[in-house]
Design a protein around this ligand. Structure first.
Ligand SMILES: Nc1nc2c(ncn2[C@@H]2O[C@H](COP(=O)(O)OP(=O)(O)OP(=O)(O)O)[C@@H](O)[C@H]2O)c(=O)[nH]1
Ligand SMILES: [Mg+2]
Length: 205
């Protein structure tokens, strides 16, 4: 299948949503615990190796980083949450940036929520899910780094998450590995659907 996400460019990196680009068209954001693999997933899904910066050091993405597919559609790499080693005031700043963004962004169509398949559904993840449920924001979970587990344990982690999600009708979940490019097509299909749906209801220019 052709990859509709390869034509993507870095747009802008901003510390707070107040400096974000114009809130028009449609946007999908990648959120999750620090080091969960957000930037790696963005690169795998777009097929662009060095688009978003990845790092072994948690807390790499400290800004909201906007990438543009065309004038009307964007993907956003959000700062990771829950990283213990950053000072409290930085944590608070990130938390505020993420919640302000989620609460105000009209063009946001859905959230890709990334969780390491070995440690899914942390307290932060659950808070995020509850918030999205409350805001009626669709969520697609990527259980990342699936290559780190054998097939059996990976499957049982997926089942465990699916079980929890019975209470969340707007949430879907899949396994993912940026390393092995596992689940890339499935993730692209969700993004394509979100970015093309309800064009009439999007915020206008
Ligand atoms: N084995 C394996 N490692 C991965 C995978 N995805 C990401 N990683 C590794 O996990 C680490 C963190 O990946 P990032 O993509 O930078 O994570 P992030 O969520 O963007 O992190 P922050 O920007 O700090 O929030 C890096 O060392 C990646 O190489 C994967 O699918 N498999
Ligand atoms: Mg990152």
């Amino acid at each position: 299948m052709q990859n509709p996400f390869s034509v993507i460019n870095f747009l802008i990196s901003v510390p707070t949503p107040q400096q974000a680009p114009a809130d028009r068209g449609a946007e999908v954001a990648f959120a999750g615990r620090s080091n969960a693999g957000k930037s790696s997933a963005l690169n795998a899904i777009t097929g662009r190796k060095a688009l978003a910066r990845t790092s072994k050091t948690p807390g790499r993405t400290q800004h909201l980083v906007f990438f543009e597919l065309d004038e009307q559609t964007r993907l956003v790499d959000l700062p990771g949450y829950g990283y213990a080693k950053v000072p409290d005031h930085v944590k608070q700043k990130w938390g505020r940036a993420i919640s302000d963004y989620l609460e105000t962004r009209e063009s946001l169509q859905g959230l890709v929520l990334l969780m390491d398949i070995r440690h899914p559904l942390t307290d932060f993840d659950q808070q995020m899910l509850s918030w999205c449920q409350h805001a009626q924001m669709p969520v697609h979970i990527l259980l990342t780094k699936a290559d780190k587990l054998k097939r059996g344990p990976a499957k049982s982690s997926l089942l465990k998450v699916e079980k929890t999600l019975e209470d969340y009708p707007m949430v879907s979940v899949q396994m993912f590995s940026a390393l092995k490019k596992q689940g890339v097509e499935e993730a692209r299909a969700v993004l394509s659907q979100w970015l093309s749906a309800d064009e009439d209801e999007r915020p206008a220019d």
